[in-house]
Design a protein around this ligand. Structure first.
Ligand SMILES: [Zn+2]
Ligand SMILES: [Zn+2]
Length: 582
C-alpha cells in the first residue's frame, strides 16, 4: 500500500506483530482508573482488518476509554476569560482554554500572525527522556491559540470553529448561518436560539436535531414544520402544538385535531410568553412523548451499519453521529468520511486512526488532534497544512518535521525510522496522547458531557479540572431568578445591565441586546438558567455521542439507541417504527 512509510527498521519490528494478529480478548490499561472502562475487550476480525490497513499494533485501551479520551479534545461550549501569554499583552482574553491550564496561550490574532515560530522549539528526540515526556515538554513550550475560528466568520468572537457565519454568539460549529445564539452545530440557518444540530431552518428556539423548519420552538427530530411548538418527530406539519409522530397535519393540539379557531384559542391560553406557562406545558408534552413509540436508533439510510444517529452511510460499525460516510469503525461526529477508525469530530477526510478534531482534507493521519489539511503524519497537534510531520505541535505549511525540528526529506525518514523503532520497542507506539495534552478542562469538554466525572475522578485520569469562574461579572448588579419577570411583556431593558443568578447552578449570566430582541419578537420569556447548563441539558434529548443497548418494545429484537434513560421511552426498532408511524 502507498501509505507505508520508508522506515525499514520499524517495519521489520511491526510486521511480525501484524502477522500474528488473531481475534483475542485484551484487558484495558485504564481498567482500575477509569469509571467507564469496559475492562476486558475484544479485538475482532474487523478490528484486525483495520489495524492491518493502518499498520498499527492493537490498542492498549478499550473502545470506551479511547472514545472518552478523544472527546476530551473538544470543547463545545465553555468560554473563559484568561491571561494572554503573548508578549506585551496586558488585557485578559476570551478563550476556550481554561485559566488554570499550564499551556502558554496566545490570543488568536497573535498566534496566527505574531512574531514567533514553532520551529524554534525543535529538538532531537532523546530516547532517555521518553517519547511522551518529551512531546509533553514540547506541548507546554509551543504556544496554544486562545480559540480557533475561521476568518470567514464575522462578529462571532464568542464562537468556536464553523465557517461563513455572521453574528454567532456562544455557539460552536456554525456553518453558513446568521444570528445564532447558544447553539451547537447549525448549517444554513438564520435566527436560531438555544438549539442543537439544526439545518436549513430559521427562527427556531429550543430545536434539537431538526431541519427545514421555521418559526418553531421546542422541536425535536422534526422536519419541514412551520409555526409549531412542542413537537417530537413530526414531519410536514403547520400550526401544531404538543404533538408526537405526526405527519402532514395542521391545527393539531396534543395529537388531536381542532378547528382553526379552537386551535388558536387553545394555544393562546397556554401563555407561552411566560415561564410559568412553559413550565406547565413541558411535563404534559413529555408525558405524551413517553406514551408514544420513538425510533430508538435515530438512523436513516444506514446500510450495513451498527450504531446510532447514522444517516446516508454504509459499512460503518460502532459509530454515533455519522453522516455520508463509508467504512468507518468507532467513529463519532463524522461527516463525508471514509476508511477510518477511532475518530471524533471530523469531516471530508480519509484514512485517519485515533484522531480527534482532525479534518478538512486530511489523509493518513494517526494519533493526532485538532489539525486541518494534514497528510501522512502522526502524533501532531494544532497543525495546519502539513505533510510528513511527526510528533510536532503548532506547525503550519511544513513538511519533514519531527519534534518541531526541520529535516531534509532524506534525513526525515532516517530519523523517523529511529524514533518509531524506539517507540515500538518500548510498546509506546499506537495510541493518541493522553488527557493532559488537551487544551481543555475535562469538565469543560465534550467528554465531561458524555462521560461525566467528579473532580477526583478527573484528576485520577490525569486530566485537567477547572472550577467554574465568572470573573467577568465583577461589579455588575445581579438579579435573582425569581425577580426576573415571568412574562416577556414585562421584561424591561434594564435586564441587560444585570447578571441573572441561575436558578439551578447559582452561576451568574447575562442577556445580550440581540438576544432580548429575539425573545421579544417571538414572545419567549427571559431564561433563568445559565446558558451552559441549558446547552448541557439539551444533550439529554439529542444523544451525547454514546450508544446504549436495549430491546424493541414491540418485537423485542436487540437494538442500539441514543436514549440512556430507557425506562422512560417506548423504544422501537427501525422496522417496527416504520410499520407503525410512516
Ligand atoms: Zn477501558
Ligand atoms: Zn421491533
Amino acid at each position: 500500500m502507498g501509505m507505508q512509510p520508508k522506515t525499514p527498521q520499524f517495519d521489520a519490528l511491526l510486521q511480525p506483530i501484524l502477522d500474528a494478529l488473531v481475534p483475542h480478548t485484551r484487558t484495558c490499561r485504564q481498567k482500575d482508573i477509569s469509571k467507564y472502562c469496559e475492562g476486558d475487550f475484544d479485538i475482532t476480525e474487523t478490528d484486525i482488518e483495520f489495524l492491518r490497513m493502518f499498520r498499527v499494533p492493537p490498542p492498549p485501551c478499550c473502545p470506551t476509554c479511547r472514545r472518552q479520551r478523544r472527546y476530551a479534545y473538544n470543547n463545545p461550549v465553555h468560554f473563559y476569560k484568561r491571561k494572554n501569554d503573548a508578549p506585551e499583552a496586558t488585557m485578559n482574553i476570551i478563550s476556550f482554554v481554561p485559566p488554570n491550564s499550564p499551556l502558554k496561550v496566545f490570543d488568536y490574532e497573535y498566534y496566527l500572525e505574531g512574531d514567533w515560530s514553532p520551529l524554534t522549539y525543535g529538538k532531537l528526540f532523546e530516547k532517555e527522556v521518553g517519547f511522551l515526556e518529551q512531546l509533553y515538554t514540547l506541548r507546554l513550550a509551543v504556544p496554544q491559540p486562545a480559540i480557533t475560528r475561521d476568518p470567514s466568520n464575522i462578529n462571532s468572537d464568542y464562537s468556536i470553529n464553523g465557517k461563513n457565519s455572521k453574528n454567532a454568539y456562544c455557539s460552536s460549529a456554525v456553518f453558513g448561518s446568521e444570528d445564532i445564539w447558544y447553539t451547537l452545530l447549525a448549517h444554513g440557518c438564520r435566527e436560531i436560539m438555544d438549539s442543537q444540530a439544526v439545518r436549513k431552518s430559521e427562527q427556531l428556539y429550543n430545536a434539537v436535531r431538526s431541519r427545514s423548519s421555521s418559526q418553531c420552538s421546542y422541536i425535536y427530530f422534526t422536519q419541514d414544520c412551520i409555526n409549531s411548538h412542542f413537537l417530537y418527530d413530526c414531519r410536514n406539519c403547520q400550526d401544531c402544538f404538543g404533538c408526537v409522530n405526526l405527519r402532514n397535519k395542521r391545527y393539531y393540539f396534543f395529537n388531536k385535531e381542532l378547528t382553526k379557531e379552537e386551535y388558536n384559542e387553545k394555544v393562546a391560553s397556554m401563555k407561552m410568553q411566560t415561564r410559568s406557562g412553559v413550565a406547565k406545558i413541558l411535563p404534559e408534552f413529555w408525558a405524551l412523548v413517553y406514551a408514544n413509540p420513538v425510533k430508538a436508533s435515530r438512523n436513516e439510510n444506514a446500510i450495513d451499519c451498527s450504531g446510532v444517529a447514522i444517516t446516508n452511510s454504509k459499512d460503518c460499525t460502532h459509530v454515533t453521529d455519522c453522516e455520508k460516510s463509508e467504512h468507518e469503525r468507532y467513529a463519532d461526529s463524522v461527516i463525508g468520511h471514509k476508511d477510518s477508525m477511532d475518530i471524533y469530530g471530523t469531516g471530508g477526510s480519509e484514512l485517519l486512526y485515533e484522531t480527534s478534531g482532525v479534518g478538512s482534507g486530511c489523509s493518513n493521519v494517526k494519533f493526532s488532534a485538532q489539525s486541518k489539511n494534514i497528510t501522512d503524519s502522526e502524533y501532531i497537534l494544532n497543525c495546519r497544512q502539513c505533510d510528513h510531520c511527526f510528533a510536532s505541535v503548532g506547525l503550519q505549511n511544513k513538511s519533514f518535521v519531527i519534534f518541531n525540528k526541520q529535516f531534509t526529506e532524506e534525513e526525515y525518514y532516517i530519523e523517523l525510522d529511529r524514533v518509531k523503532m524506539i517507540l515500538i520497542n518500548s510498546g509506546e507506539y499506537g495510541e493518541l496522547f493522553d488527557f493532559k495534552f488537551s487544551p481543555f478542562a475535562y469538565n469543560g469538554s465534550f467528554a465531561g458531557i458524555s462521560y461525566p466525572l467528579s473532580e477526583e475522578e478527573i484528576k485520577m485520569l490525569g486530566a485537567l479540572w477547572q472550577p467554574d469562574v465568572d470573573s467577568e461579572f465583577g461589579g455588575i448588579a445581579t438579579v435573582n431568578a425569581r425577580d426576573v419577570p415571568d412574562s416577556i411583556d414585562d421584561a424591561k431593558d434594564d435586564i441587560l445591565d444585570k447578571a441573572i443568578i441561575c436558578e439551578e447552578s447559582g452561576r451568574p449570566f447575562r442577556i445580550i441586546p440581540s438576544e432580548l430582541q429575539f425573545y421579544r419578537r417571538w414572545k419567549i420569556p427571559v431564561p433563568i438558567i445559565h446558558p451552559y447548563r441549558r446547552m448541557k441539558d439539551r444533550y439529554k434529548y439529542s444523544g451525547a455521542g454514546r450508544s446504549y443497548h436495549a430491546n424493541c418494545s414491540k418485537c423485542n429484537v436487540e437494538l442500539e439507541t441514543i436514549y440512556s434513560d430507557q425506562e422512560n421511552w417506548i423504544l422501537y426498532c427501525d422496522q417496527c417504527f416504520q410499520e407503525e408511524i410512516l
